[in-house]
Design a protein around this ligand. Structure first.
Ligand code: SF4
Length: 66
């Protein structure tokens, strides 16, 4: 699985402050998609390669419940 982006301290995607992980790939192809570059499942970087050390879990601990 690839990911397109990760945002820490994010407030736009739910209540509270959170870490958001945006995985790559979508089969819907909506007419006005706001994220066309990430529709390809091969876009971005392999998730496990970057976060195999547990840094994603550590990032999650730094956020507030939402
Ligand atoms: S807007 Fe884009 S990413 Fe979202 S479901 Fe539609 S095609 Fe997929």
């Amino acid at each position: 699985m690839n990911y397109a982006n990760i945002k820490t301290c994010n407030i736009e995607n739910g209540s509270g402050v959170r870490t958001c992980l945006f995985v790559s790939g979508c089969t819907h192809h909506c007419k006005n998609c706001f994220n066309r570059e990430a529709l390809d499942f091969d876009y971005g970087a392999p998730l496990m390669r970057r976060y195999s050390s547990g840094s994603l879990m550590n990032a999650g601990r730094a956020t507030l419940p939402g």
